[in-house]
Design a protein around this ligand. Structure first.
Ligand code: N01
Length: 535
């Protein structure tokens, strides 16, 4: 007798993606769902990344779920950009409010996922020895959820504690009087460094590549703005969804080089004062497609760095010159540059002189220079987009391993499904409109697409759904074409897989406005899921 599935859907992850998927699939569609989450509780990225200074850099009224009007009315953010504890509290509130925890198993990692083509179901294995048979899997495993493997010899020999930003201890470590070293100056490092400098005896920042960072300008929520937003949340969300970044920034009218330098200076000053992504999104239309245009905003930013950092040599070390501004994820900063004016902070350039080894007492650079440290902090980034999905032992039709199929870079159709892996939906998977688009909205859009697909399969009495190889190949071409019409491929970023040694360098996401992506998806749906095949 054929084995019966244990449930209709396994949802992997209890972050923004998994929680909303659980809500839609179980509460709205009435399916039998089992959730699996590696952490002991809900929150996803906001469960793990609790380092000092962690907060979102998309305004909270936009960086939140839009699917439930009453939830929007009942929740009020205390700051313009919420800190990690408040975002985690919000996700806990959502989990409680919609009773989402009930069907989750926490502290459970998926270690294998095999498609049984005779039975037409997935066999999901966990590190706790569970085996769950399910018709569908919805992977809400996140794009920046699996840390990059540390590349430093001797890490285990270090006498003091090593803290990673992505797995910061729940009890805040006492850094008073300690010599702390941090490696990494991406968005995580740039948020953590000013806070660590306040707490440590001495902080040494080991920087390989400087990043452009622009002011966040956080402040307490403005009650009038909150009231205005709550009076028109549907309008606010529609405007956000229609914007390139998923935040309703004002659309720029001009090209950077068609106006005079005074115009540019005034425009960039305004963006700098507004904070967040305004300088990139509201200034000129061509900043991400024309290198000469981008040079103007890049130079403006370098000038601001030079103004804020007292020592000109340190300022130069902090000035990026190897990528156009915005082509690496733009970190947002609060007091970051002033931190280098403190007596207890030292910046070390490890580009020409790489970190060779961690020693029992600190770090050794390639030229033999040693730094004595009591505490080491790693803010070295993530195996983005593919890290989580390729660590779950996914084996699809005819024994194909996902890792083999993605060996030259991930392939998918719409970022939603991969040929050869039926009934596996990847929420904001590689190839979707994400990373350049406000995550909670990107996630909601994608969960909606996945649940629509699943409903279609059920309504039509199909057993499986997967994309055609040809549609998938065309999607890859479209991703490449779109990306190569912009400056994004110029940067050695995680958008391109370039931050991990040996990882294929390919564009990992849809570079374009989410509205265009949604229109493409809507057209696919209207045409009976063109490009997908059903059985
Ligand atoms: O990681 P990153 P992140 N030796 O990859 C350095 C999101 N996020 O965790 O550029 C020396 O950006 C590396 O140097 P280099 C956001 O999407 C959001 O900071 O490779 N250095 C770089 O400086 C973000 O983009 C928020 O030369 C090494 C750093 O480590 C994404 O997460 C907050 C090294 C890694 O930077 C990832 O950000 C935080 C080595 N061997 C994160 N290996 C908000 O919402 C790596 N590095 C605000």
């Amino acid at each position: 007798m054929a084995e019966q599935p244990d449930c209709d859907v396994v949802v992997i992850g209890a972050g923004f993606s998994g929680l909303y998927a659980m809500h839609e699939l179980r509460n709205r569609m009435g399916l039998r769902v089992i959730g699996l989450e590696a952490a002991p509780d809900v929150g996803g990225t906001w469960y793990w990344n609790r380092y000092p200074g962690a907060r979102c850099d998309i305004e909270s009224i936009h960086y939140s779920y839009s699917f439930d009007e009453q939830l929007q009315q009942d929740w009020t953010w205390s700051e313009r950009y919420s800190a990690q504890p408040e975002i985690l509290a919000y996700l806990n509130h959502v989990a409680d409010r919609f009773d989402l925890r009930r069907d989750y198993r926490f502290g459970v990692k998926v270690v294998s996922m095999e498609w049984d083509d005779d039975a037409r179901h997935w066999r999901v294995g966990t590190d706790r020895g569970h085996e769950i048979l399910t018709r569908f899997v919805v992977a809400g495993t996140g794009n920046v959820s699996i840390p990059k493997e540390p590349e430093f010899n001797g890490l285990e020999s270090f006498n003091g504690p090593v803290y990673a930003t992505h797995a910061w201890p729940h009890t805040e470590p006492d850094l008073a009087g300690k010599r702390v070293g941090i490696i990494g100056t991406g968005a995580s490092g740039i948020q953590a460094i000013p806070k660590l400098a306040e707490r440590a005896g001495h902080l040494t920042v080991f920087q390989r590549t400087p990043n452009f960072a622009t002011p966040l300008r956080n402040r307490p929520s403005d009650p009038e703005e909150v009231a205005r937003t709550k009076a028109n949340y549907p309008g606010v969300r529609a405007a956000a969804r229609d914007s390139f970044l998923g935040v309703p920034y004002r659309r720029p009218e001009h090209l950077a080089l068609e106006v005079d330098p005074e115009h540019r200076r005034a425009t960039y000053d305004r963006g700098w004062q507004t904070g967040g992504f305004a300088i990139l999104m509201e200034s000129y239309r061509d900043l991400l497609v024309d290198e000469k245009a981008n040079d103007t905003v890049a130079e403006f930013t370098r000038e601001r760095i030079r103004e804020r950092v007292a020592d000109p040599a340190v300022a130069e070390m902090l000035c990026p010159d190897d990528h156009p501004l915005g082509t690496k994820r733009l970190p947002m900063e609060t007091d970051y540059y002033e931190t280098y004016n403190r007596d207890n902070v030292t910046l070390v350039n490890v580009k020409p002189n790489q970190v060779e080894a961690v020693t029992p007492t600190g770090l050794r650079l390639a030229d033999g220079t040693e730094y004595d440290l009591d505490v080491l902090v790693l803010a070295t980034g993530f195996d983005a987009f593919t890290g989580a999905l390729t660590r779950m032992g996914v084996v699809g039709r005819e024994g194909q391993k996902l890792n083999d199929v993605w060996a030259a870079g991930p392939v998918s159709y719409l970022g939603l499904m991969t040929h050869g892996f039926p009934n596996l939906f990847t929420i904001t998977g590689p190839g979707a409109a994400v990373a350049l688009y406000n995550n909670p909205l990107a996630i909601e859009d994608h969960v909606d697409l996945a649940t629509k697909a699943l409903q279609y399969v059920l309504d039509h009495g199909h057993r499986t759904m997967e994309p055609d190889a040809q549609a998938q190949a065309q999607w890859r071409e479209e991703l490449n074409e779109r990306a190569h019409a912009t400056l994004f491929p110029r940067a050695a970023s995680w958008y391109m897989g370039a931050n991990i040694p040996g990882k294929p360098r390919v564009v990992m996401m849809y570079v374009g406005a989410a509205a265009e992506y949604r229109a493409t998806c809507a057209e696919v749906v209207e045409n009976d899921w063109r490009g997908f095949r059903f059985d």
